[in-house]
Design a protein around this ligand. Structure first.
Ligand code: MLT
Length: 399
C-alpha cells in the first residue's frame, strides 16, 4: 500500500514561469560575474518604490499596540477587520459601486484567492481563459484536472478577445487591465462578457489587480457593469497599488446575490475561509487601511505616477523603433512584438546576454505569446532609461 498523490501536479511544467526566469538569471550571473551587477530587472512585476510613509506609521502604531496587554489582539476575523473592509467599501463608492461590508473578504493577495476560490467549484466545470494568460489561472485548474479552453488573442483583436459561441464555459477568467498584455476592456466590451456569462450561467472570476493604473473612462471594477453582481467574483491586490508585494494584502468581493445550484457563493466562501484561513495579520491590515486615508491616497498617486512615467519611457522607445505594443497607458506592463521575428525565449536569452536586461518571454503566458515579450514599468527611472538605451542599441544591431 502506498499514499496516492495528486497526479495532476506531474502534468504541470516543472517550474512556475517566474521561477524558471530566476533560474536562468542565476545561471547567467554565475557564468558572468564581471557584468552581473549591470543587470536590470524588468521581468516579474515586483515594485521598487518603498511602502508609503502613512502605511509604515500605521504599522508601527499597530505593532506597538500588539506589544501592550491592553491593546494586544489574538485571532482576528478570518474575513478581515471591519475597519479595513469599511475602507475598501468606501473606495468602491468612487466608481459608483455599492457593496455590503459582508461581501468584502480581506486576503493575503489576489494570487492565493484566485487559486483558493476553486474549492467552491466542481472539478467537472469547463474553464475559459484568455490567451496570453497569467499562468496561475491555468495551473490551479490543471491541479484539479479541470478542462481549460483558450480564447486566443493577437494584434488583430488588440489582445482583447471577445465572447464567441465556442468560448462557452462554466468559469471565465478575465483580467483588466490585463496581465501580461496591459490591454484594458472598455465598458461596452465588459458588458458583453457579463451578458455572455448570464446567458450561459457562467461565473466570471475578474482579476482587478491592476485597476489603480486605469485612466479615463475605463472600468476599475466589473461591478460597474449592470448585472455583474449575478455573475462575477472580483479579486484585487494591494501589491502593485501600494508596494505590498512583500507585505501581502488584498481583497476579494463575492456578491451576496451570486447563487448557483441552490448554493450562495458568498456564504460558501465565508465557510471556506473560516475553515482554512486565519486572516491577515492585524499589523498588515492597519497598514492597508492607511492606503485609503487622504494622506495614503496622495502618496500612492505619486508612486503610480512614478511608474507611469517609466511606462512612458518604454512606450516612447517602442514608438521610436516602430515596434508594435499594447499596454503602458492603463497598465504597468508593456507587451511588445519581438523584433526581427524572434521567438520570445530567444529574445529573452539574447536581451539578457547582450544588453543585461531581463523581461518576461511571452511564451510563458501561452501560445499567443510566442513572438511577444513583456516589460514592466516597476523599475527605477534611472534603470528604465538605461535599459531602454541598451534595448534600442540591441534592436538596431539586430536589424
Ligand atoms: C507578474 O509579474 O506577472 C506578477 O508579479 C505576478 C504576480 O502578481 O503574482
Amino acid at each position: 500500500m502506498s499514499t496516492k498523490i495528486n497526479q495532476n501536479y506531474l502534468k504541470l511544467n516543472e517550474s512556475y514561469l517566474f521561477s524558471e526566469i530566476a533560474r536562468r538569471i542565476r545561471v547567467w550571473q554565475s557564468e558572468n560575474p564581471e557584468v552581473s551587477n549591470k543587470l536590470i530587472r524588468m521581468g516579474i512585476g515586483d515594485v521598487t518604490r518603498p511602502l508609503p510613509r502613512s502605511v509604515v506609521d500605521a504599522m508601527i502604531t499597530a505593532a506597538k499596540e500588539m506589544g501592550e496587554a491592553e491593546t494586544f489582539r489574538g485571532y482576528g476575523p478570518e474575513q478581515g477587520y471591519d475597519f479595513l473592509k469599511e475602507a475598501v467599501r468606501k473606495y468602491y463608492t468612487k466608481f459608483g459601486v455599492e457593496l455590503d461590508s459582508d461581501e468584502i473578504f480581506i486576503s493575503d493577495g489576489a494570487k492565493s484567492d484566485l487559486g483558493n476560490i476553486l474549492d467552491l467549484f466542481d472539478k467537472d466545470n469547463t474553464v475559459l481563459v484568455t490567451d496570453p494568460v497569467y499562468p496561475v489561472y491555468v495551473d490551479t485548474n490543471m491541479m484539479d484536472d479541470r478542462k481549460v479552453i483558450f480564447a486566443m488573442s493577437s494584434e488583430e483583436n488588440d489582445f482583447l478577445p471577445m465572447p464567441a459561441p465556442e468560448y462557452k464555459a462554466d468559469i471565465i477568467y478575465l483580467c483588466s487591465p490585463n496581465n501580461p498584455t496591459g490591454a484594458v476592456y472598455n465598458r461596452e466590451s465588459l458588458a458583453k462578457w457579463v451578458e455572455f456569462a448570464k446567458e450561459n450561467g457562467s461565473i466570471i472570476l475578474f482579476d482587478a489587480a491592476y485597476e489603480c493604473f486605469v485612466t479615463g473612462d475605463y472600468p476599475h471594477s466589473i461591478f460597474e457593469i449592470p448585472g455583474a453582481r449575478e455573475v462575477a467574483i472580483e479579486f484585487c491586490s494591494l501589491s502593485k497599488k501600494a508596494g505590498f508585494t512583500g507585505t501581502r494584502c488584498g481583497y476579494t468581493i463575492v456578491p451576496d446575490t451570486l447563487e448557483r445550484e441552490g448554493g450562495n457563493l458568498n456564504k460558501m466562501w465565508l465557510r471556506r475561509q473560516t475553515t482554512k484561513f486565519n486572516g491577515v495579520s492585524y499589523i498588515t491590515q492597519r497598514g492597508a487601511e492607511a492606503i485609503f486615508s487622504q494622506e495614503g491616497e496622495k502618496e500612492i498617486e505619486e508612486n503610480i505616477r512614478y511608474y507611469r512615467d517609466n511606462a512612458k519611457i518604454i512606450t516612447d522607445t517602442m514608438d521610436k523603433l516602430h515596434i508594435y505594443y499594447t499596454g503602458g497607458k492603463n497598465s504597468p506592463y508593456i507587451w511588445l512584438k519581438c523584433p526581427g521575428d524572434m521567438d520570445s525565449w530567444s529574445f529573452f536569452d539574447r536581451l539578457l546576454k547582450e544588453a543585461y536586461v531581463v523581461g518576461t518571454p511571452g511564451a510563458g503566458f501561452g501560445k499567443s505569446g510566442d513572438k511577444f515579450f513583456r516589460l514592466t514599468a516597476f523599475s527605477t527611472h534611472e534603470n528604465t532609461k538605461e535599459a531602454m538605451e541598451r534595448f534600442e542599441k540591441f534592436v538596431m544591431k539586430t536589424r
